[in-house]
Ligand binder design. Structure first.
Ligand SMILES: *Cc1c(COP(=O)(O)O)cnc(C)c1O
Length: 429
């Protein structure tokens, strides 16, 4: 190791040629202040977690107070007010069919728990064959082995393929403004599932989907109508439906959750990222009573034998409660962003380098027209990222998809500034 080199192995990078990280001195509101004095408007909520604003004093104080009161206890033997309150408040925001929730630490663990719950549900019901899942092409569900199994099978996962369990991948009916083939794509996706079920009716435990927005795949959007048909299909075939709302939860889609926006209750729901307002790791997996009841028995065998060191973290719960207060006090903050995005997109869509414009709630995205193949490794994103950074805006394109996912405190002026920067950077590529 070189004397001046950091020993830190950073995430999701080829360390051999990764540019050195920028040191952040302070994060305040929508702004990241760097050590070299530069200021960047954070247009992507860090890794899709910062919900209200950086450094919100109400959340910071809630965490501080809780840390002085009770920072952590063993959640198998004890409980505490923050967890009890949070459980009740979350359920009050969710479809009425949800009755139970299981705490964990981050999006990946909430997904692992969902998959294990679904699998053990069938085991507990005495059906030993239902182990596999349907997943959607492009879906991302975290970087643990279970999450990778139901996730994207791109370059990311090649070394691990032998370790991943078998799933059936069906096309994701992504749509965008002016798409004329959407009905047909939705039909194909549903038919693909039906076909596999005809071949192996007793093989599948359930279906996992990022509802309304597939995030990591490039903010690909599907319609409510499709989610409705998927629910009907799951009902007809007795499949458990899992919504991974790790990213879409807490206002991102313009409503509290994708499931409240679409009016469709899955059987299992995963929440993380924005749950704590983006302050501390915290996740929850929510399920309906049918699933919970299947785990009740006089023997331990049917119990859900799963826990993490920080399960039910009081600090996470306190942060989440403060964040829920803020969301309730100002629902407009997430409900109003779509209209603002759309006004800017209206203009941007005329640009010859802009394709497949899409918008859902607080999130807007489009593809940059490029000669290279599309996908995560497309180089145009990197170029755009650097040019936008030079103008004082932090974006992190996914391949040739550029997306906007700001914290809810962003002002109209900051938003307009960011769109103007995008337009002028598009001119240079
Ligand atoms: C980010 C993400 C995950 C993984 O969450 P982590 O907190 O990074 O483990 C899972 N599912 C979706 C949809 C995500 O966006």
């Amino acid at each position: 190791m070189l004397e001046k080199e950091s020993p830190i192995w950073r995430p999701l990078l080829q360390m051999k040629n990764a540019p050195p990280p920028l040191k952040v001195k302070r994060a305040e509101g929508i702004t990241l202040e760097l050590e070299d004095g530069r200021k960047l408007i954070n247009c992507v909520s860090s890794w899709w977690v910062t919900l209200h604003r950086h450094g919100h004093p109400k959340i910071a104080e809630a965490i501080y107070k809780q840390a002085l009161t009770c920072e952590l206890v063993n959640f198998s033997d004890f409980t505490h007010d923050p967890a009890e309150d949070l459980a009740k408040r979350l359920l009050s925001k969710l479809p009425a069919s949800f009755t139970r929730l299981f705490f964990s630490d981050d999006g990946s663990t909430s997904v692992e728990i969902a998959l294990k719950m679904a699998c053990q549900y069938w085991h507990n019901c005495g059906v030993k064959t239902r182990r596999s899942f349907f997943r959607f092409e492009g879906g991302y569900h975290g970087d643990t082995l279970g999450g990778m199994s139901v996730g994207n099978d791109s370059v990311f996962h090649r070394p691990f393929l032998p370790l991943l369990f078998e799933v059936t991948t069906v096309p994701f009916p992504d749509t965008y403004e002016g798409d004329t083939a959407v009905e047909q794509k939705e039909q194909s996706a549903l038919q693909a599932i039906e076909q596999s079920l005809r071949e192996s009716p007793e093989k599948y435990a359930g279906i996992i989907i990022e509802p309304l927005i597939q995030a990591a795949a490039g903010m690909r959007i599907c319609r409510n109508q499709f989610l409705k048909k998927l629910r009907d299909l799951a009902n007809r075939h007795n499949l458990l439906l899992i919504y991974d709302e790790v990213m879409t939860g807490f206002g991102r889609t313009g409503d509290w959750f994708a499931c409240t926006k679409s009016g469709i209750a899955p059987d299992i729901l995963c929440l993380a990222k924005g749950l704590s307002g983006g302050f501390v790791p915290m996740a929850v997996t929510v399920c309906n009573e049918k699933i919970y009841q299947s785990f009740l028995d006089d023997t331990f065998e049917k119990a859900f034998a799963h826990s993490h060191s920080f399960t039910g973290s009081p600090l996470g719960c306190a942060a989440a409660l403060a964040s829920l207060d803020l969301l309730e006090e100002n629902e407009e903050s997430f409900r109003s962003l779509e209209q603002l995005h759309r006004a800017h997109l209206e203009k941007l869509r005329q640009h010859p380098k802009v394709d497949r414009v899409r918008c859902c709630g607080t999130i807007a995205a489009f593809d940059i027209v490029t000669k290279e193949s599309t996908g995560y490794l497309n180089p145009v994103g990197k170029v755009m990222k650097e040019r936008l950074m030079d103008k004082g805006f932090y974006f992190r394109p996914l391949g040739n998809s550029l997306y906007f996912m700001p914290a809810y405190c962003i002002t109209q002026k900051e938003l307009s500034g960011a769109y103007a920067a995008i337009e002028s950077c598009l001119e240079t590529i």
